[in-house]
Design a protein around this ligand. Structure first.
Ligand SMILES: [Zn+2]
Length: 61
């Protein structure tokens, strides 16, 4: 199950939740204020993985 990061639209806090992809945006409750209004953040960890990437042959200059 992937970890998703959300930002609460009510209090602006961010929080992470482990969810199934099919339920990524359903049944969310902010642990800070209890709001169900949240937007999913793009997590770098879920795309390319955290760490690694020792910068061999970048070419972004
Ligand atoms: Zn909140």
């Amino acid at each position: 199950m992937p970890m998703y990061e959300y930002r609460c639209k009510q209090c602006g806090e961010t929080y992470e939740q482990l969810r199934r992809m099919s339920e990524a945006d359903s049944g969310l409750v902010c642990p800070h204020c209890g709001s169900e209004q949240a937007e999913r953040q793009i997590s770098a960890c879920s795309i390319g993985g955290c760490g690694g990437g020792s910068g061999a042959g970048g070419g972004f200059t």
